[in-house]
Design a protein around this ligand. Structure first.
Ligand SMILES: *Cc1c(COP(=O)(O)O)cnc(C)c1O
Length: 446
């Protein structure tokens, strides 16, 4: 890394921090955060756009072949976010009828949409084929379903099979998709599996893609690269056996990890693309188109949850700030704090960064169970009633993936840019909670 590059990266990060601090201040001043709305989520629109541009540039620098970047919708299932990414040249990777509907509502075209899911129904498969949406079959039974569905059709969308290179786990078991016994894809190293996959392709000229996704947060880059290398080798093997370029596109999945420890964005897309270029040059020499499916790395660092400190108390001489952000917006952190620690930033009641000698304290949420903690034993400036805390790096898989414990409402989400806010998702109202909880059927069980 050159000195200028370091300077430049630091500059980008400092700018993002300044933007965030200004947005917190403005959110408080404009009443986005209030007694009535004591928790709200913010997205840094410019930050998301920058990440999208960096992703595209990173791969354009290593291959001349077409690359479809499809955002993994589950990371931030919010229509305006999908539309923003679509406008930035990023499509959508969907894994359920709901996610497909979100991508369509955002205007993502069929040719930039990819359907992956381990449990697609015949109806979902038919709909994808009708709509011209690429899909990756998870297993031989799904391929057999496709046999029946593609028969007699004219033009087909790109179709592939997901394989599991069984390269092993990362540091978070629940997110490691390439273990020996993972539920995803065809396990390539199982007895006879590789030969069966090659046969599967030779028998079906309409299988033109190969897909893998080696896992998300916690899987080191080198292991992700190894997974891609395995899949590239399989593509070459299939094409050699077919005597033609049957597999024309390799879908390498997503999974670039996110740094939750500081404002630094690392690793970068550029680093990953360079590692791929070094380790799997044949994949990037222009013969293969690529699909990527990054989720968290595009949005995680651009989101924050703001919450008011309702009370500040002490228990067993441990100071505890009781806030409005807990398990409903930070489910993974609350249930698996060792795997998913979040940075907390402290602001005063006017939205100014808090100073003051840090003291070790807990930052708790509003839910009724003891483990509802955003941070335990964290050194922060002493938090007081009326202060604001921000849970950082929560743009992916946090506030967008609400958990309805205690009937706590989904908070509003705003995008911020240049001093103004745009509503992305309205807060869920109490009336909506009642309606979604069978309110219209109050007498159903009497
Ligand atoms: C979840 C998922 C992704 C995205 O993973 P990130 O870690 O958010 O980048 C991509 N592809 C598939 C198949 C997935 O299940």
């Amino acid at each position: 890394m050159t000195f200028e590059h370091v300077e430049n990266v630091q500059h980008v990060e400092e700018t993002a921090v300044r933007r965030r601090d200004a947005a917190v201040r403005a959110a408080v001043e404009r009443g986005l955060l209030s007694e009535a709305q004591p928790v709200v989520a913010l997205l840094d629109t410019a930050g998301i756009r920058d990440s999208a541009a960096r992703l595209r540039a990173a791969f354009a620098a290593v291959t001349d072949a077409p690359v479809l970047h499809a955002f993994a919708v589950k990371a931030a299932p919010l229509v305006p976010v999908l539309a923003l990414l679509n406008a930035a040249g990023i499509g959508a990777e969907v894994a359920s009828p709901g996610e497909l509907a979100l991508a369509r509502a955002a205007g993502v075209p069929a040719e930039r949409t990819v359907l992956d899911s381990p449990a697609k129904t015949p109806g979902e498969l038919r709909e994808a084929l009708d709509a011209g949406i690429a899909l990756n079959a998870d297993n031989p039974q799904e391929v057999a379903r496709l046999d029946a569905l593609v028969a007699g059709r004219g033009a087909l969308p790109p179709l592939g099979v997901r394989v599991n290179p069984q390269i092993g786990a990362g540091s978070i078991g629940a997110l490691s998709t390439a273990t020996a016994t993972s539920k995803f894809g065809v396990a390539l190293r199982d007895e006879g599996a590789r030969e069966a996959v090659v046969r599967m392709y030779l028998d079906r000229p309409w299988l033109t893609r190969l897909h893998t996704h080696s896992g998300s947060q916690g899987v080191p880059l080198a292991r992700m690269v190894e997974g891609v290398r395995e899949v590239y080798a399989l593509a070459e093997e299939i094409n050699a056996a077919a005597g033609r370029r049957q597999v024309d596109t390799v879908d390498i999945g997503g999974g670039l990890p996110v740094n939750f420890a500081s404002d630094e964005e690392s690793p970068t897309y550029a680093e990953y693309a360079r590692l791929l270029k070094d380790a799997v040059p044949g994949l990037l020499d222009g013969r293969y188109g690529l699909v990527t499916e990054f989720g968290r790395s595009l949005v995680a660092k651009h989101g924050a949850v703001l919450a008011r400190v309702e009370y500040a108390k002490e228990s067993g001489s441990r100071p505890i700030a009781i806030t409005h952000a807990g398990v409903q917006v930070a489910t993974r952190t609350v249930y698996a704090p060792a795997s998913w620690p979040l940075r907390i930033a402290a602001y005063d009641g006017a939205g100014r960064p808090k100073t003051g000698t840090p003291v070790v304290q807990d930052v708790a949420g509003p839910a009724c169970f003891a483990g509802d903690l955003l941070a335990e034993g964290r050194a922060l400036p002493p938090l007081e009633q009326g202060d604001v805390v921000a849970a950082l790096d929560t743009g992916a898989y946090y506030f967008s993936n609400h958990y309805g414990y205690n009937s706590l409402p989904r908070p509003a989400v705003y995008g911020y840019e240049g001093g103004s806010f745009a509503l992305v998702r309205a807060a869920q109202s109490t009336a909506e909670i009642v309606a979604e909880s069978g309110g219209a059927q109050a007498d159903a069980l009497l």
